[in-house]
Ligand binder design. Structure first.
Ligand SMILES: Cc1cc2nc3c(=O)[nH]c(=O)nc-3n(C[C@H](O)[C@H](O)[C@H](O)COP(=O)(O)OP(=O)(O)OC[C@H]3O[C@@H](n4cnc5c(N)ncnc54)[C@H](O)[C@@H]3O)c2cc1C
Length: 449
């Protein structure tokens, strides 16, 4: 085994996960080269309409706290303490995320988060960042990557290759073509498109302390606040067909549809038609891959291993947890990658599968259920249980967003809680029925006398 400071690691992709990974590996003393196909996002122009902000919660914060970055990242963050549901009639219903109303998820600029992580990685001894450097190919036998930097191609040898090159990971595709990783990609019939609500009279046009949802059954719009007092709205609609993203083309069709379905938002969106017509449609998919490593020398991290749907706001949070777990495994096995990579995969894969499933289920909840009375009552009941059974009952949302309880344990625990609540409810109903029957019998006997 080579000493850490002579072990050369290639990280594919300097997105959120790759740049955090570089920070962690650099701190361990490795020689890290990060290859990113885009130009440096700190100086290049932002792509139009591509997931401008995201919700960061406890898992992501935990990863940042461990490398003393949480204060920098959180300084411009906007806490969102609950959901604000917008009815078609313009009615507003607020529902806090936690029982006491004190816990919040945080709206963060994706660009600012990436820039902070890149600055930190760059400042870490041993880490080198290479932009406009696309990894074109990966050779498992030689453990080399072919890097194309503005047309100049070069082979780069590594002791370890870590693929954090996102949903379409070239490294994962190579491993798949060699039969070393099996991959199932579930493409959704839904896509997403971003729109803007600019500041109004210099202030937020909507309550900035909430994640706004316009649930409309088969589709929805959400909005998260930005530090410049605008909101980024995201439509999650079917890609095609009736009510689909491709069904509206002319300004009249666009305005007509929004006036009917999102009437309170239209006056706040002066660039609606332009945004709708020119912003791209993003794809939504879940990637299941197995295994996440090969031969103890190449591993998959973040979306490259497990792209998930964005409906629990956990994709990046989950990828950050991958990095923490990989770091923990390395500590436990004295930086022996032959042991660390299989251990990392063993501990993370089933958790990624669990959050992938929860994210899928949450889409139905967000677009279809959050506005209903039954749903609101159920959440009130949950918050009531959290108050009377502090620490013993935790809603699924709380566990996912405000703890680092492993996702698979969240699923098990919320099932157990549901069974216990169901049994208690049946017990109460049976008890009340027995008391009622006894009272009726007593009354009947008294009448007979
Ligand atoms: C609409 C939407 C909303 C979301 N909201 C949230 C949210 O609220 N909270 C949350 O936690 N997550 C959210 N996510 C998920 C989150 O964006 C992803 O999970 C996260 O970006 C994954 O980070 P990553 O670094 O693994 O991958 P990416 O962010 O995809 O980064 C991969 C990087 O690799 C680079 N790259 C790709 N191929 C190559 C190559 N061949 N060579 C070199 N470089 C390459 C790319 O340019 C990119 O910089 C959302 C996603 C979407 C689509």
């Amino acid at each position: 085994m080579k000493p850490v400071d002579q072990t050369r690691i290639v990280v594919a992709g300097a997105g959120l996960v790759g740049s955090l990974l570089a920070c962690y590996l650099g701190r361990r003393g490795y020689v890290v080269d990060v290859y990113e196909r885009r130009p440096d996002p700190r100086t290049a122009e932002v792509e139009r309409g591509r997931s401008i902000n995201l919700a960061l919660s406890e898992r992501g914060l935990d990863a940042l706290r461990r490398i003393e970055l949480v204060d920098t990242v959180m300084a411009p963050a906007l806490p969102m303490h609950g959901r604000m549901m917008h009815g078609v009639d313009g009615s507003l219903t607020f529902q806090s995320y936690s029982a006491a109303g004190d816990r919040a998820i945080n709206s963060i600029s994706r660009g600012a988060l990436n820039a902070t992580l890149l600055d930190a990685a760059e400042a870490t001894p041993g880490v080198s960042l290479h932009f406009s450097s696309r990894i074109d190919a990966y050779d498992l036998a030689a453990n080399t990557v072919t890097v194309d930097q503005d047309g100049d191609r070069a082979e780069v040898a590594a002791d370890i290759v870590l693929a954090s090159d996102g949903f379409g990971s070239v490294v994962r595709q190579t491993l798949e073509s060699l039969g070393r990783v099996s991959v199932v990609t579930d493409m959704e019939d839904y896509g997403y498109k971003e729109l803007t609500i600019p500041p109004r009279d210099g202030d937020f046009a909507l309550d900035a302390d909430a994640l706004h949802i316009w649930p409309r059954g088969a589709s929805m719009m959400i909005a998260l606040p930005n530090p410049d007092r605008s909101f980024t709205c995201t439509l999650f609609w079917p890609k095609s067909g009736s009510g689909g993203l491709d069904s509206l083309t002319t300004p009249d069709e666009i305005l007509g549809h929004f006036t009917t379905d999102y009437p309170d938002a239209v006056p706040l969106m002066p660039t609606l038609v332009d945004d709708y017509q020119f912003n791209p449609v993003g794809l939504l998919a879940t990637v299941h891959s197995d295994p996440w490593q090969a031969d103890g020398k190449v591993g998959l991290v973040g979306d490259a291993a497990h792209a998930i749907l964005p409906f629990f706001g956990q994709g990046a949070n989950c990828g950050f947890e991958d990095v923490v777990e990989l770091d923990r495994c390395l500590s436990e096995v004295g930086d022996d990658w032959n042991l660390a990579l299989p251990m990392y995969q063993e501990r993370r894969r089933h958790n990624a599968e669990a959050i992938a499933q929860l994210a899928k289920e949450n889409f139905v909840e967000m677009r279809d259920k959050v506005g209903s009375r039954t749903f609101l009552m159920a959440r009130k009941l949950e918050h009531g249980l959290e108050r009377v059974l502090p620490g013993r009952y935790l809603s699924r949302y709380e566990m996912v967003s405000f703890t680092t309880i492993p996702y698979a344990d969240v699923v098990d625990r919320s099932r157990r809680q549901q069974r216990a609540v169901g049994a208690a409810a049946i017990g109460i109903v049976v008890g009340v029925a027995a008391l009622t029957v006894a009272a009726v019998r007593r009354a009947a006997r008294a009448n007979a006398r």
